[in-house]
Ligand binder design. Structure first.
Ligand code: SAM
Length: 271
């Protein structure tokens, strides 16, 4: 991989991805179900946080999940095996060098991966070649510019900015959600539909406060503390105050908002 993966591969990140997937299942997956007999490529499956839901929601489809990290693929395989699902196969592979013939898949699913790539349009174009004519791609990405909260805090925005800058320095784009439409157009997809999926969190839903505000978003920002300080992007005082302010939004009178973007595109048949 040329692009450093900003979140890293440690077990804390793996738990964060699981919490993220568990909390967001309905919001992100409720309208994704593939017909029986279809062959689906999940590109960048990570530790399988989305794979289990994909496989459950499309029991008659065959899913092939790939990731650059062999360790993540092994972990994803363990997780899927533990559920008893049998419609998923795994393979270690780089999106930019996939070992599949053109037009091998009916559908492609990509979640939280483009944000880490320096050449997202090229990746989408590669995935498009693997689709059969009439096949679809589903792409889900976040956008850290969409985070706003109460009580508001300049320090919290500074801490978030550090994450965005570090991801940019690693070749990625933490603000990519808003760009899904032009990216899919750039890769030649047609019939593109993008829908924003807003997570609104207040203390009337404690499981989302815990699963999203604390364990997903704030944990992710907290995870870049050492890198941000080492890069001289921020002082420890400001960063730590920002993290405290993000946790503060998880208290009884706090509110946290974040928007994911989900895009569907089609490899349009010609002639
Ligand atoms: C944030 S994780 C998302 C994993 C999973 N899709 C999910 O939603 O939980 C991003 C994943 O993309 C993978 N990745 C990054 N660049 C890749 C590439 N060039 N080819 C395949 N996978 C890649 C990383 O190894 C990582 O597992």
């Amino acid at each position: 991989m040329n692009d450093a993966y900003v979140h890293g591969y440690d077990s804390r990140e793996s738990v964060r991805l699981q919490d993220q997937a568990g909390t967001l299942v309905d919001l992100l997956h409720s309208d994704t179900s593939y017909p029986a007999g279809s062959i689906v490529l999940e590109a960048g499956c990570g530790v399988g946080a989305q794979t289990v839901t994909l496989a459950r929601n499309s029991p008659g489809a065959r899913i092939l999940s790939v990731d650059l990290s062999a360790d993540s693929v092994a972990e994803a395989r363990r997780r899927v095996d533990a559920t008893g699902l049998t419609n998923v196969q795994f393979r270690q592979a780089d999106i930019f060098a996939l070992p599949f013939a053109p037009e091998s898949f009916d559908h492609v699913f990509v979640c939280f991966v483009l944000e880490h790539l320096s050449r997202p349009v090229e990746a989408l174009a590669i995935l498009k070649r693997l689709l059969k004519p009439g096949g679809t791609i589903t792409v889900i990405e976040g956008d850290h510019g969409s985070a706003y909260f109460h009580p508001d805090s300049d320090a919290a925005h500074e801490a978030i900015r550090c994450q965005v800058e570090l991801q940019r320095a690693a070749g990625g784009n933490a603000l990519i959600g808003r760009q899904l439409y032009p990216l899919l157009v750039g890769a030649g997809f047609g019939a593109i539909r993008v829908s924003p999926r807003m997570v609104y969190v207040d203390s009337s839903r404690p499981e989302i406060v815990d699963g999203f505000t604390r364990k997903t978003f704030t944990a992710m920002i907290e995870g870049v503390r050492d890198s941000a300080l080492a890069a001289g992007m921020v002082t420890a005082e400001v960063f730590d105050a920002g993290i405290r302010a993000l946790y503060r939004t998880a208290e009884a009178d706090g509110v946290f908002c974040y928007t994911f973007f989900k895009a569907l595109g089609e490899k349009v048949r010609h002639g």
